[in-house]
Design a protein around this ligand. Structure first.
Ligand SMILES: [Zn+2]
Length: 285
């Protein structure tokens, strides 16, 4: 009986006062201080591993300082199918992440080129695409078409949100339809795939950019590797579903480090867009 009364080997209050999120351990074994990680855009300085990047940090990293003007911030999901606990879960996530859904969208400039930008945030419901995500992305594209802006979409998603059933799947066609009209207006769309981009997002807007860029080492796929292996009964090739594999096989055009992404976008926009006028954006509707 004595054993059940033994005190634990380590006191529960040993690390009292030290916040849990002060240090992050990288896959290379390096222990990185959270402030360091933030200053380096959530990239490990030792092995170049790209951690998840919060959507708002991403926007700051990619756009001209102070140029971002958010759109449709107030949209959030209803529970159209009456899915059990869905409303409670989305309310919890809103409180925890400070986001109303898994994408932030708005107008901005990148090196003075006018764009609309939609950035997915994996921390909200694993970046899943429900009707709000699809609607915000579609509105961002339609605004870009109307105002002659380029579209930049940064994807990070587990795919369609099953709690919204068919309404989620509809967003695949809706976003692609808007991109098709954007293309007919001869305006560019650059897609940036980040870790992980999967499911209905990979199968719709994420992989149909005029140019598809990806961050190093990110996972890109439709179904997960285990599901594919069990379905096909075949061993998967080495590096399957990584950005590097996708470049070799033509789905992705280039891999770009996060810290160099803004420069790359500015370069591409300078090829694809008219030069912005010196006096700003007076030509925009
Ligand atoms: Zn590392």
């Amino acid at each position: 009986m004595g054993i059940f009364k033994k005190p634990p080997l380590r006191g529960g209050k040993r690390n009292a006062g030290v916040p849990d999120d002060l240090w992050t351990k990288c896959q290379c074994g390096e222990l990185i201080h959270t402030l360091d990680l933030k200053q380096h855009a959530y990239v490990c300085a030792h092995c170049n591993h790209h951690f998840l990047l919060p959507g708002r940090d991403r926007i700051e990293l990619l756009t001209d300082a102070g140029s971002f003007e958010e759109m449709d911030h107030g949209l959030y999901s209803a529970n159209p199918l009456g899915f059990a606990n869905y409303e409670r879960k989305t309310a919890d996530l809103r409180e925890k992440t400070g986001l109303n859904d898994a994408v932030i969208s708005g107008r901005a400039t990148i090196d003075s080129f006018p764009v609309t930008l939609a950035v997915m945030d994996f921390k909200y419901f694993a970046g899943s695409m429900g009707s709000v995500v699809g609607e915000k992305i579609t509105r961002a594209i339609e605004t870009a078409t109307r105002e002659k802006r380029a579209v930049i979409i940064v994807s990070a998603s587990s795919g369609a949100r099953m709690q919204e059933g068919m309404l989620s799947l509809m967003q695949m066609a809706k976003t692609c339809g808007a991109l098709s009209r954007h293309q007919e207006a001869a305006l560019p769309y650059i897609s940036i795939l980040t870790h992980p981009t999967t499911g209905g997002v990979t199968a719709s807007f994420a992989t149909i950019g005029d140019i598809n860029l990806a961050e190093p080492g990110c996972m890109i796929g439709f179904a997960g590797p285990r599901v594919i292996k069990e379905t096909t009964h075949q061993d998967l090739p080495k590096g399957f579903q990584t950005a590097e594999f996708m470049v070799e096989h033509g789905l992705v055009d280039a891999i770009v480090d996060r810290t160099k992404m803004r420069t790359k976008l500015a370069e591409l926009l300078s090829y694809l867009m008219p030069q912005p006028s010196l006096s700003g954006q007076e030509t925009l509707g």
